[in-house]
Write a protein that binds this ligand. Structure first.
Ligand code: SF4
Length: 485
C-alpha cells in the first residue's frame, strides 16, 4: 500500500505534493511526510526541508507556516504511510532523508521487499546501523554503500539488489528519480504542469494525484525502469531512462489495485480503473445473476465506496436479465474516528455501524443483492449482512467482484495470514454464505476477473492472493521483519 509523489521544478513543490498526497489518502492513513530540497543562499548549499507526522494529510500539514518556512524549494517528494512491515514508530515515517558521499538524498517507497531479512542480516554483519524497522530503509543503505561511481549507477545497483515490489521516488540535489521494480507490482505515473518558469514534472502513485493539481498525464513509469527528471528534462522535455535489469521481465501488475485499492477516477497501468471495475461487475452478473420477477423486483446495492463502480456494472447486466433496479441502500460516514465501545457492545458490529447505515425504505421487504469488492477475514461482511437484516429485507444475496482471497500478499497489501482468511475455513460458497448470515454468496471466477482487465503483449498480472502463484520467490521470514527485532 502507501501513496507516493515527487515534484520537480515548481516554486511551490511542497504545496503541490501536499494536494497530491491528499488525493492519495486512500493509499495510507497512518502517517504522512514531505521532504523538499532547497538552495541555502547564505552557505551556497542544498538543504532539506522536512515535515512528517502521524495521521491524515490534512492534520499533519495543518499549519501554513510549514509551507512558507520549512518546506521551501522547487523539488519535493511525499509519502502516505500504510504499514505492512515495521512498527508504527515515528522513525518509520517516510520520506527518509540522509547525506552521503553523493550529497543529500531522500526516498519514498510503496511496496514490500521479499529479501529484507537476508539483506538486513548481511548489512548488520558489515556494520550497518538501522534507524527504522521498515524494509524501505534498505534502499538507503544499498545506495550509500554502493561502490559505483555515479549516482544513477548506485541507484541501479541498489534496486537490482532489492527484490519484491517497489515503486520509488527519490530526490537528489539535482534530480528526481522514479522507479518501478522489474515486475511493476505497484503503479506510478508521470505528469507535468506549465508555470511561469516552464514545466514542472510530477510523479505519483495514481493519476487522481495529477488531476487535483491540474497536471497533464504524460505516461507511466514502466516496470523495470529508472526514470531521471533533471534540468535537461526541464530544458528539453526529455527524460533519461535506464533499465534496472538488462533482460526484461514480463509485467506482473497487482490485479488487486483494479479490484479494490486504486481510486476509480484514476488511470493505473495505463487503463482507467472505473472501466475495469464496471466490467468486473458485469462479468459477475453474467456468471451469478439474482433472479427476480415483476412482483418481486431485485434491489441491487453497493457497499460504498469501493463497491460503487462495480455495482453499476452488475446492476446493468442483472436488470437486462430480470426485473431489478439499482438503489443506494447503504450510506457511508466519512468521519469515522476512534470508536469508544460501551460494555456489552460488540466491537466489530459497532465499528460497522459507525461507518455504514441502511436506507430502510430501500431494503425493507425486498430481495436485496449487496455487491462488494472482496472478502478477507469475513468479519466486516458478517456485520454488514447483520446490519442490512435490521432493515428487514426478505432476502440478502452477497456478490463479490473478485475470486476468494486464499493467500497472503507478500508485495505490499496488508492481508492477514492464510489461517485468518475466511475462504480457507469453508469448502463452499454456501458454507461461507451461512457463516455470513446471507441467503447466497457468489464470487467472481478467476476467468471472469482476467476477462475484465486489459490483455495484450507485455501485459501481465500478479494474482497470487487468489491463485497462490507468486511471481517473485518469497523469503517468508522477511514478511515478519522488524517489529520483533
Ligand atoms: S498478492 Fe494480490 S494484493 Fe498482492 S500484489 Fe499480488 S494481486 Fe496484488
Amino acid at each position: 500500500m502507501c501513496g507516493i509523489v515527487g515534484v520537480f521544478n515548481h516554486p511551490q513543490a511542497a504545496v503541490l505534493s501536499y494536494y497530491a498526497l491528499h488525493a492519495l489518502q486512500h493509499r495510507g492513513q497512518e502517517a504522512s511526510g514531505i521532504v523538499t530540497m532547497y538552495h541555502d543562499g547564505v552557505k551556497d548549499k542544498k538543504r532539506f526541508g522536512v515535515h512528517k507526522g502521524e495521521g491524515l494529510v490534512l492534520d499533519v500539514f495543518s499549519e501554513h507556516d510549514v509551507f512558507t518556512k520549512t518546506l521551501r524549494g522547487e523539488a519535493a517528494i511525499g509519502h502516505n504511510r500504510y504499514s505492512t512491515t515495521g512498527s508504527n514508530s515515528l522513525a518509520n515515517i517516510q520520506p527518509f532523508h540522509f547525506n552521503y558521499t553523493g550529497g543529500n538524498f531522500a526516498l519514498a517507497h510503496n511496496g514490500n521487499l521479499t529479501n529484507t531479512r537476508s539483506l538486513r542480516a548481511k548489512m548488520k554483519e558489515d556494520g550497518a546501523i538501522f534507524q527504522t524497522t521498515t524494509d524501505s530503509e534498505l534502499f538507503l543503505h544499498l545506495i550509500a554503500r554502493s561502490k559505483q561511481k555515479t549516482q544513477i549507477e548506485q541507484i541501479r545497483e541498489a534496486v537490482q539488489t532489492a527484490q519484491g515490489a517497489y515503486s520509488l521516488v527519490m530526490l537528489s540535489e539535482n534530480a528526481l528519480y522514479a522507479s518501478r521494480d522489474p515486475h511493476g507490482f505497484r503503479p506510478l505515473c508521470v505528469g507535468r504542469i506549465k508555470h511561469e518558469g516552464g514545466y514542472a514534472y510530477v510523479v505519483a502513485s495514481e493519476t487522481c494525484a495529477l488531476d487535483i493539481i491540474s497536471a497533464e498525464y504524460i505516461r507511466d513509469v514502466e516496470h523495470n525502469e529508472i526514470l531521471v527528471i533533471d534540468q535537461k528534462t526541464v530544458d528539453t522535455g526529455e527524460f533519461t531512462s535506464y533499465y534496472i535489469n538488462e533482460s526484461m521481465t514480463e509485467a506482473r501488475n497487482c490485479i488487486f489495485e483494479y479490484v479494490y485499492f486504486s481510486r476509480p477516477d484514476s488511470r493505473i497501468f495505463g487503463t482507467p480503473v472505473d472501466k475495469v471495475r464496471r466490467k468486473l461487475g458485469k462479468n459477475l452478473a453474467e456468471e451469478s445473476p439474482v433472479e427476480g420477477s415483476e412482483d418481486d423486483k431485485v434491489v441491487v446495492i453497493a457497499v460504498p465506496d469501493s463497491g460503487n463502480t462495480a455495482t453499476l456494472g452488475y446492476a446493468r447486466v442483472n436488470e437486462k436479465k430480470y426485473p431489478s433496479r439499482y438503489e443506494i441502500g447503504l450510506i457511508r460516514s466519512h468521519y469515522v474516528g476512534r470508536t469508544f465501545i460501551a460494555p456489552g457492545q460488540d466491537k466489530r458490529e459497532f465499528k460497522v455501524k459507525t461507518k455504514f447505515n441502511v436506507v430502510r425504505g430501500v431494503l425493507e421487504g425486498n430481495k436485496v443483492v449487496v455487491v462488494d469488492d472482496s472478502i478477507v477475514r469475513g468479519t466486516t461482511s458478517k456485520s454488514l449482512v447483520n446490519l442490512i437484516r435490521e432493515a428487514k429485507p426478505r432476502e440478502v444475496h452477497v456478490r463479490i467482484t473478485s475470486p476468494p482471497v486464499k493467500h497472503p500478499c507478500m508485495y505490499g497489501m496488508d492481508f492477514p495470514s492464510s489461517e485468518e482468511l475466511i475462504a480457507n475455513h469453508y469448502d463452499s460458497e454456501e458454507a461461507i454464505a451461512k457463516e455470513l448470515g446471507a441467503d447466497s454468496l457468489r464470487y467472481l471466477s478467476v476467468e471472469g476477473l482476467m476477462d475484465a482487465v486489459p490483455q495484450g503483449p507485455g501485459i501481465g498480472y500478479c494474482t497470487a492472493c487468489f491463485t497462490g502463484s507468486y511471481p517473485v520467490k518469497v523469503d517468508l521470514a522477511s514478511t515478519k521483519l522488524a517489529t520483533e527485532e
